[in-house]
Ligand binder design. Structure first.
Ligand SMILES: [Zn+2]
Ligand SMILES: [Zn+2]
Length: 302
């Protein structure tokens, strides 16, 4: 199972109840932080969430509201005695911006490993046991969303294994996808495994205009976290100019991608009560929630 917590849900300017963009994904004792806007370490602290378990920081793009919390967070992790390397993964062209932020950290007792991803085609990679796909977005600078999936093995069916007289000591090998030979008989995993299982999936998209391929990559997510910079449809032209989305655009992606649940985030500071505009999204995709700092859920397999 995967725990997902919104750490900061503000866009551009932090507010007392909304720090800037950040989201924590925890799995199997480790975590991935997506973005690190101003206030991230304070919000993590408020939520009693471990900073030292962060293995990787995925950066959507190098606008200040997504990266300005990095130096403070990295210093705090250093003060906690970390020695294990920490990965930062970001779109092409980000390294020079990230390195300039790291300058103010001075000495860190652990290594920072920065990797850049392609900004125009999706890439797949693995971190902390989760399969991650980057989502090229349309913003003022190179920007990526991310889909994170926990792949699940089909369930082992002991009844089938017993029927075939397969000794118990070979069950695990079969469940792990290996064939086994007992006496003269060969048993293959398909003989004892159930149907393929849908991965547990969470997707995170900010900042962007809607682009066609987002829905393909976030398809069937259990949870889709998407920016909703502006609530009202009347803000459409403003969203186009600023390269952001209005609520109804995020909800349309959620509907077309057939996700289970949509959380809106990255709200304009001009919108002090985004919940007042929820019907612009919920009218299109009913299972929509307005994101709040430290809002959390556990995604489980069926
Ligand atoms: Zn932003
Ligand atoms: Zn931005």
């Amino acid at each position: 199972m995967i725990d997902v917590t919104l750490i900061g849900t503000g866009g551009m300017v932090p507010l007392p109840e909304r720090f800037l963009a950040s989201c924590l994904i925890e799995y199997n004792g480790k975590s991935i932080l997506i973005d690190c806007g101003e206030g991230t370490q304070i919000s993590l602290h408020k939520g009693r969430l471990s900073m030292n378990r962060i293995d990787t920081i995925l950066i959507t793009h190098c606008h200040a509201d997504h990266v300005s919390g990095l130096p403070g967070l990295l210093l705090t992790i250093g003060n906690q005695g970390r020695i294990d390397p920490l990965n930062i993964i970001a779109p092409r062209g980000s390294t020079k911006y990230l390195n300039s932020l790291l300058v103010v950290c001075g000495y860190l007792p652990y290594e920072i490993r920065i990797a850049e991803l392609h900004d125009t085609k999706p890439q797949q990679f693995e971190q902390i046991g989760l399969n991650i796909t980057s989502i090229p977005l349309k913003h003022h600078i190179n920007c990526l969303g991310y889909s994170l999936e926990l792949l699940l093995k089909p369930r082992f069916q002991p009844d089938m294994a017993k029927k075939l007289d397969i000794p118990v000591k070979f069950w695990k090998m079969l469940h792990n996808g290996n064939s086994v030979k007992v006496d003269d008989k060969t048993y293959t995993p398909d003989m004892v495994l159930g149907e393929p299982r849908k991965p547990v999936k969470v997707s995170y998209v900010t900042d962007s205009r809607p682009v066609k391929h987002i829905k393909d990559i976030v398809k069937n997510s259990d949870l889709f976290i998407c920016e909703g910079m502006y609530g009202e449809d009347e803000q459409h032209d403003n969203a186009v100019e600023k390269m952001h989305m209005i609520f109804s655009e995020a909800a349309t992606i959620a509907k077309e991608a057939e996700v289970d649940e949509l959380w809106l985030t990255h709200f304009s500071p001009s919108m002090s009560r985004p919940e007042e505009f929820i019907n612009y999204a919920a009218g299109i995709f009913p299972n929509t929630k307005i994101g709040k700092d430290l809002m959390t859920t556990t995604l489980k397999s069926d």
